[in-house]
Design a protein around this ligand. Structure first.
Ligand SMILES: Nc1ncnc2c1ncn2[C@@H]1O[C@H](COP(=O)(O)OP(=O)(O)OP(=O)(O)O)[C@@H](O)[C@H]1O
Ligand SMILES: [Mg+2]
Length: 407
């Protein structure tokens, strides 16, 4: 299996996950709308792409990434543009005839980015709903049933709710409600013909719970994707090593697997890539255990090369805003440094930041939901050994544990 570090994988690069793939397809066949809940880098986008590839003869699959959408109008333009290579395009252009002239309807004459810009200009804050309804009506006329894979929905929802100044206003909440309720109404109306699969790299539920909008997604069936167990990690590393004609010495492979523990597939690929880089540089075809240990310490626990972990901070800030974000960092660092986040420690931090304990609960729900921590009796711990060790390596230097604060 060829290495892929970062981009979604499908086909021969897609390892394992048969159970998840079959489970997701079965839900779609049962006409369910689905909410994929899982942590960062676990392979949500890959699973959606592989599912689309697998069912493309039976369904019209539309893959939409809302990462760069800032408004409802952007989201609808993305959805409309996603139909451009399908038999529905002619009908869809009819909805946007106010901005798409005959030349523009010939898709080849427009770059995709231009097309989206043009589609956006065809809607206003007041007209998106009617255009969006027509869009769903046309999608429902498709010969095959339609699956709309909506990626990065929580990013759009966060932006709708809080704008770029992290201030939630009643207007913004109203707009978010209007968008999600519209999506819900259309997916229920067209249930026979259209299914939605919703996901994103931060949890949608905690965001909506904060603002009392959970009901807008209660038609979605939750579907989770778990961490890879060590046996899967091992088989994946063996396949990668074989591809690049590398062999592990003695118990070096077991050591590699132990370093990661249960983990996200991305970390397996990243670790192997770093080991391989050293092998190529030093002309090695055998991988000694010392090399694995060195690469783990030097590369896997380093700040650079871990954009996705650094990104965790930014995403937490996006969801929590500048006031609550520092408390979340304290929670994570406490758990990383001392091995656990206890109820007593939570109280110390809340007092220090002058926040009620109910706020801590919200933060913990997000950290738990997004797969960073899990609760065991009255304490929280990191889910991933690697993420904990990485976090400790980054943040332990000036950190004072809760038990020593105020002394
Ligand atoms: N089934 C898989 N087989 C092999 N590698 C995988 C698999 N799933 C994920 N990966 C690894 O994880 C990386 C990220 O995958 P993907 O983009 O699908 O994850 P994601 O959960 O959508 O991430 P994000 O949280 O950033 O949206 C891939 O580049 C690859 O290295
Ligand atoms: Mg993704």
């Amino acid at each position: 299996m060829k290495l892929t570090v970062g981009n979604p994988v499908k086909g021969e690069r897609f390892w394992n996950r048969e159970k998840e793939l079959n489970g997701l397809i079965q839900l779609l066949d049962e006409k369910a709308h689905v909410l994929i809940i899982a942590q960062r880098r676990i392979g949500k986008t890959s699973l959606m792409e592989q599912a689309a590839e697998t069912i493309k003869d039976r369904y019209l699959c539309l893959q939409i990434d809302l990462q760069s959408a800032h408004s409802v109008v952007d989201a609808i333009a993305e959805l409309a543009a996603a139909t451009r290579n399908s038999s529905l395009w002619e009908k869809i252009t009819g909805i946007f005839s106010n901005v798409l002239n005959n030349a523009a309807r010939q898709i080849d004459s427009l770059q995709l980015s231009e097309l989206k810009v043009t589609l956006r200009t065809g809607m206003t804050e007041g007209s998106w709903q009617a255009k969006g309804d027509q869009l769903f009506d046309k999608l429902a006329e498709s010969d095959k049933p339609v699956v709309i894979f909506l990626d990065e929905v929580p990013i759009l929802v966060s932006r709708l709710l809080k704008g770029s100044d992290y201030q939630m206003t009643p207007e913004r909440r109203g707009q978010t409600d209007a968008f999600l309720s519209w999506l819900r109404a259309n997916s229920l109306k067209h249930r026979e013909k259209i299914r939605l699969v919703v996901t994103g790299s931060i949890g949608l539920e905690p965001i909506l719970r904060q603002v009392g909008l959970s009901a807008t997604i209660n038609h979605l069936t939750p579907f989770s994707i778990g961490l890879w167990e060590p046996t899967v990690v091992k088989s994946c590393v063996e396949a990668l090593a074989e591809e690049y004609s590398l062999t592990f010495d003695g118990d070096a492979l077991e050591y590699f697997v132990d370093c990661l523990g249960r983990c996200v597939p991305y970390h397996v690929q990243l670790f192997f890539q770093q080991v391989r880089t050293v092998c190529v540089r030093e002309g090695l075809t055998h991988i000694p255990k010392t090399l694995v240990a060195e690469v783990y310490e030097r590369e896997m626990l380093a700040r650079r090369g871990h954009a996705e972990l650094s990104h965790l901070e930014e995403r937490l800030k996006l969801v929590l805003g500048p006031e609550l974000h520092p408390i979340a960092l304290e929670f994570l660092t406490e758990a990383a440094v001392t091995g656990k986040l206890s109820a007593a420690a939570i109280q110390v931090f809340c007092l220090e930041y002058k926040q009620p304990v109910v706020i801590a609960r919200e933060i913990l729900l997000i950290l738990e939901h997004d797969g960073y921590m899990y609760q065991q009796s009255n304490t929280y711990r990191f889910v991933s050994k690697l993420v904990q060790e990485w976090w400790r390596a980054q943040y332990s230097l000036l950190f004072v544990p809760a038990s020593a604060r105020g002394k």
